[in-house]
Design a protein around this ligand. Structure first.
Ligand code: ANZ
Length: 942
């Protein structure tokens, strides 16, 4: 029979499902190997050809590892909470759970069609109560923990309370809020329950904090940075402002150092590690206190340690050596002391400036290094080392959330400070010996001595820094400090479709729900929108009340909650009494190979490492790092189309869309449009209006009566509406072809545009492979004769090649080698059962269906080859064992003689002398001498 891929694939998919072929047991004599894919968000669009790329690679690897004798865990599930289902719910009233369920069904059908070897008995869905019960449970553990610096790990909050009882705050070294109180055990004893809870909240690993967020009043919600475009919401184009809100936060900064150190122990792509290092952003410097001038402190006075009630502004600097060059101080406009420190004369200027900066996002503020703006507060501060008075300003180049939110301005040291000082006419002091031509910005460690720098005059950089840190510390005016760029992570969204936070409020204070009450179920609501008073959707729930009175937390967890621990759930997915049993966690330990996109570099991959370390600290898990090896698959790019929305002169969006050729004449924003309503780059206007509510009344500026869309090659993604569906390709060519073709496209890690043209070639290859096992009439025909050397050589070449390739994760190179091997065997007319059986095993990780079918045809009636052994490579078959010796007589080349390379001189002489052709050349003369050089030549002297 010809290659009937459809029947074969359906048959084997059913077989695998019926027999639970890929079910992994959590105990085994075999060594374990855990292969994990980043699980998908089940979007309404289904899978596109880019999604399975990583899954195919990990599936090949899993199948290969099984053949190599490993107990492989290769699970799959769904990251099923998230915005699109909620957005759809808002538009249609459909419950997100229903949409999600339907989307998952589509994903499952698509995944099954590709023939993955997933252990579906371990499937997880983050939006299922049986799963999010444990996400909530982990939240509770975090709430009940603090970070003890002394032991460098998280501990139960009870150990902190013990310390408070025994010695107050004296013995406490914690990662905590800035505004913790200093108290004695006797104070603690007199604290009310409320006071205690307020204090403990400052230490908990998840806590409430006032944070600045992108608030969109029209949508009634907080938006992520990438949902905001030029100050307007991406969806709908509504204005977005910066607003302060109480939010749950995760004290990830407690782990900054360990998150950095751990990077050196894992096999991850260097760029991802570097991104995490930058994100964590460790900087070594000093914190320095500048006294507010109403105190009129001078150097001498600071030496008599100032009383605690006085006000100091603390700055963080990486260049304490420049402190004698400070000519002003700057606070972030959001700094909590701004109002207090502003004099009545400057009040208006400061307030105007704050209003102005509110419109800029933090990202814009960081990106803008050219514009100089700011306002003087009217207050002066005192430089602790020089005693000099300098002005206190506010300016938006200083970020509230970094360091201390206050900066010392050194115009001679820092380019930005220099711009600022020049613009506002502030003094500039040269502090390094200019004669030596030292550029302090470029390299402070270069030789060069300070001038105009008080007691560090004449010192060099290192000496000056050490001296100053010490000097400041002795006087309580500062100290060496390591600062991290990383901030605590916001852990709440004002949305419906997420995990309810297991907290209720009573008298304004947060309390955990009882563990027996988990999961705290997501309540039913009538509409998925914020309330009229701007409260999150959960405020709509009726009769959703905690047993002990008060009210539940109304925000839900962010998208990253459920994915920060899911690899543990796979270890024991159906456990009701634990997030995973101790035994399962001990057996599977960690993920050996993790494949997924690099877009998660500083999100998921950092949060997961954080929760992993936390769970380990509490003794629930064993490994410091969750993912030993990480591979980022490249992106399969798509071809996107754009429409151009016209904006008015203030940058506000209108409802008019201009054709690509005319867009230069207007101010526009480019917006993606679904490639399915565009043909040959011409937009179907009717379909466009029907596509989305906001376009229903769209107006168009056409060219030649048509609306021409813009085009770009970029990421294939639902949000870019440029998706190619694998279903059509499977229908035409089958899953085995799709699997091999996706690998054939190029190195796994590389990004590449999708191009369907080459798929035919891979399909022909598989048919040729099938043909090897069949005669002209497509009847299955193999023979049991001994394999020839040439056949064995072809086979062992490919065994070695595929093994080496897979171990190096070089999947594309194997595909072309398979093609060569099959061509060779076809040319050799190989029908040998032994050879073909091994070929089937080697190809099976790539093209499992066709191989399973041939395996059975070869006589292995019991079914699957998944657990057979990968053929062993034998290098002997590759050794060239014959050589065509040139034979020369009296220095003249006469003939070649094919001889085995194992032969030595006496045998060679015998064969040579018996050779008819040789005898002809001798022409009856006797040989005087035969010189034999093995593997090279035979020289005969007559
Ligand atoms: C004085 C100085 C002199 C500085 C000089 C630099 C060069 P990294 O490496 O990123 O940690 N800074 C501190 N807090 C800031 C904030 N909240 N917003 C904006 N800038 C802030 O850089 C630390 C340096 O960035 C600090 O050292 C401070 O400027 C500035 F020749 O202090 B420096």
């Amino acid at each position: 029979m010809d290659y009937q891929f459809k029947e074969i694939e359906q048959k084997w998919q059913k077989f695998w499902a019926d027999h639970q072929t890929f079910k992994a047991e959590s105990n085994s004599e075999k060594p374990k190997y855990y292969v994990l894919d980043m699980f998908p968000y089940p979007s309404g669009a289904g899978l596109h050809v880019g999604h399975p790329l990583g899954y195919i690679a990990s599936d090949i690897f899993s199948r290969y590892k099984r053949l190599k004798g490993f107990n492989v865990l290769h699970p799959m599930g769904y990251d099923s909470f998230g915005l699109p289902a909620e957005q759809y719910a808002i538009q249609t009233g459909q419950h997100p759970a229903i949409t999600t369920e339907a989307n998952i069904a589509t994903y499952r059908r698509q995944l099954d069609q590709i023939g993955f070897s997933f252990d579906w008995s371990r499937e997880v869905r983050t939006s299922e109560p049986s799963y999010y019960k444990w996400t909530q449970w982990i939240f509770m553990q975090l709430f009940n923990s603090w970070y003890n610096i002394e032991n460098d790990r998280a501990e139960d909050i009870s150990t902190l309370i013990e310390k408070f009882n025994a010695s107050g705050t004296a013995d406490v070294k914690a990662v905590c809020d800035e505004d913790t109180r200093v108290f004695l055990p006797s104070d603690w004893a007199t604290f009310t329950e409320e006071e205690r809870q307020i204090e403990l909240l400052k230490y908990r690993l998840t806590y409430l904090r006032e944070s600045t967020v992108n608030w969109c009043p029209a949508l009634g919600t907080v938006l992520a940075n990438d949902e905001v475009k030029d100050g307007f919401s991406e969806r709908g184009g509504f204005p977005v402002e910066q607003k302060k809100m109480m939010q749950w936060s995760m004290r990830i900064t407690a782990y900054s150092d360990r998150l950095l150190q751990g990077l050196d122990t894992i096999d991850w792509p260097e760029p991802i590690k570097e991104m995490q290092r930058n994100w964590i952003g460790r900087s070594v410097g000093a914190s320095v206190k500048f006294a507010v001038d109403s105190l009129q402190l001078a150097v001498e006075e600071t030496e008599n340690l100032a009383p605690k009630t006085e006000k100091y502004i603390e700055v963080f600097t990486t260049r304490v050596d420049t402190i004698f060059g400070v000519s002003y101080l700057v606070l972030a406009p959001e700094h909590e002391w701004v109002a207090e420190l502003t004099t009545p004369e400057q009040k208006q200027a400061v307030e105007d400036y704050i209003a102005l900066t509110k419109k800029k996002s933090e990202l814009d503020r960081m990106a803008d290094t050219k514009t100089v703006s700011g306002a003087f507060t009217g207050t002066y501060v005192v430089n602790p080392v020089s005693g000099e008075r300098v002005q206190l300003w506010i300016a938006d180049y200083v970020l509230a959330g970094y360091g201390t939110g206050a900066v010392m301005g050194v115009p001679s040291g820092d380019q930005r400070d220099w711009l600022f000082a020049t613009h506002f006419n502030l003094p500039i002091v040269q502090i390094l010996d200019a004669q030596k031509d030292i550029d302090i910005q470029a390299d402070p460690t270069k030789e060069g001595k300070y001038i105009n720098s008080g007691f560090i005059n004449g010192m060099e950089y290192k000496e000056a820094v050490a001296f100053l840190n010490n000097w400041l510390e002795e006087r309580g005016a500062g100290r060496a400090k390591v600062n991290f760029r990383q901030r605590d992570a916001i852990f709440g969204r004002q949305r419906y479709w997420g995990e309810p936070i297991p907290v209720y409020f009573k008298d304004g204070l947060p309390y955990l729900v009882k563990e027996e009450e988990l999961p705290l179920l997501l309540p039913e609501i009538d509409k998925y929108l914020p309330t009229d008073t701007g409260e999150p959707p959960l405020a709509r729930a009726e009769n959703w009340l905690p047993k002990d009175g008060g009210h539940y937390e109304l925000s839900t967890m962010p998208g990253w909650a459920g994915s920060s621990w899911y690899w543990y759930r796979y270890m024991d997915a159906n456990n009701d009494s634990d997030f995973a049993s101790k035994e399962a966690v001990e057996y599977w330990k960690d993920v050996d190979l993790y494949i997924g996109g690099s877009e998660h570099a500083t999100g998921h991959l950092l949060y997961s490492r954080f929760w992993n370390k936390f769970l380990k600290d509490l003794g629930y898990t064993k490994e410091e790092e969750p993912f030993k090896k990480l591979i980022n698959q490249g992106m399969i790019q798509g071809r996107s189309n754009f429409v151009y929305r016209v904006n008015d002169e203030n940058g506000k969006p209108t409802n008019t869309y201009v054709s690509a050729g005319l867009r230069k004449e207007y101010k526009t924003s480019a917006l993606h449009v679904d490639v399915n309503i565009v043909e040959n780059d011409t937009l179907d206007l009717t379909k466009f209006k029907a596509w989305r509510e906001e376009y229903a009344n769209a107006e168009f500026i056409l060219e030649g009566g048509k609306y021409i869309c813009g085009v770009e090659v970029e990421k294939m993604s639902k949000s870019k509406f440029n998706v190619v569906n694998p279903d059509d390709l499977i229908e035409r060519y089958g899953a085995d072809t799709l699997r091999m073709y996706e690998m054939f496209l190029g190195p796994l890690e590389q990004s590449k545009p999708w191009n369907t043209n080459g798929i035919e070639g891979v399909f022909k290859f598989l048919r040729k492979f099938w043909r090897l096992f069949h005669n002209e009439a497509w009847e299955f025909t193999v023979s049991d004769i001994e394999p020839t050397k040439a056949e064995l050589k072809s086979l062992h070449k490919i065994i070695k090649k595929v093994q080496d390739d897979i171990e190096r994760f070089s999947f594309n190179t194997s595909v072309s080698s398979f093609m060569i091997a099959v061509n060779e065997l076809t040319d050799l007319k190989c029908k040998n059962r032994q050879i073909l059986k091994d070929m089937v095993i080697i190809l099976s990780p790539y093209a499992p269906h066709i191989c399973e079918e041939l395996w059975v045809l070869l006589g292995n009636e019991a079914g699957t080859l998944s657990y057979t052994a990968f053929p062993t490579f034998n290098p002997e078959y590759l050794v060239e064992d014959e050589f065509a010796y040139p034979v020369s007589i009296n220095g003249k080349m006469k003939m070649n003689l094919n001889l085995s390379l194992t032969l030595a001189q006496p045998e060679v002489e015998n064969i040579l002398l018996a050779d008819e052709q040789f005898q002809k050349f001798l022409d009856g003369k006797p040989t005087k001498k035969i010189i034999f050089v093995k593997g090279k030549i035979i020289n005969v002297v007559v």
